[in-house]
Design a protein around this ligand. Sequence first.
Ligand SMILES: NC(=O)c1ccc[n+]([C@@H]2O[C@H](COP(=O)([O-])OP(=O)(O)OC[C@H]3O[C@@H](n4cnc5c(N)ncnc54)[C@H](O)[C@@H]3O)[C@@H](O)[C@H]2O)c1
Length: 254
Amino acid sequence: MPQEARSSLPLSGRVALVTGSAQGLGQGIAVRLAAVGATVIGVDRSSQDETESRVGSVGKDLSAHTIDITDERRVAELVAEVTDAHGRLDILVNNAGVDDAISFDELELDRWQHVLRVNLEAPFLLIKGFLPLMRRNGFGRIINIASGSVVNTMTGFVAYRASKMGVIGMTRALSSELGSDGITVNAVSPGVITTPMSTASLTPQFLEATIAKQGVKRSGVPDDIAGAVAFFADPLSAFITGQTLMVNGGAAFV
Ligand SMILES: NC(=O)c1ccc[n+]([C@@H]2O[C@H](COP(=O)([O-])OP(=O)(O)OC[C@H]3O[C@@H](n4cnc5c(N)ncnc54)[C@H](O)[C@@H]3O)[C@@H](O)[C@H]2O)c1
């Protein structure tokens, strides 16, 4: 990688796709990637009006797609649409996720399967779909959002934590296979970040105890995670692959 000074933003000329971009972490990631120069494609099953307006405020247009990422046919159509519109995909952020804030006794097979499909199978479909485009350009940054819950002692979230360990395993395995194509694969493992998901699923007592354990004594915000994603997405991060970065204010170490 050349060492000369950059004359433009780090992700200028790059195309990035972020799933789960309607709210929470995905929205923060979409705005950050746009702010550092990327053309951003947002994918969510919900409306992305707020994300469009926030991306607009950093001087970019969001290309918003409303799809359920577990639908294999819709993912294939998305790949075709992105290929037609941009002819490239440089950065894929697998962020969309769902959880199961219930005990194992309450967890039924259909809920287990849904969590695994959104959190693990959909990233598989998206990576599989966009890989030819990345390979064609000899460049790719795949960033999977895992979760710090896999190293926590907490009750519930059995399907969620199983899926997120799967995400970390898939990240490591793919990094070995794709490095020779110029494609890196990394994961970001957020601690507790204030979003609609964490507000709905975590108790105030758990949030308070987590902040007490952290070195940085505040709640995490989506922008904290967006910074880590932008770091992995940078062309200069070419020698970092297969890694999982914990972004948790110091709540846990690995
Ligand atoms: N918030 C936290 O504290 C925290 C901590 C660790 C990991 N995470 C992970 O970060 C990611 C984002 O979490 P968040 O807190 O922003 O969640 P959120 O629920 O606030 O947002 C998730 C987004 O994903 C979308 N989505 C869900 N299923 C989808 C599907 N099938 N197709 C298309 N879109 C779908 C939702 O519509 C929503 O906009 C998730 O993978 C989550 O597991 C979050």
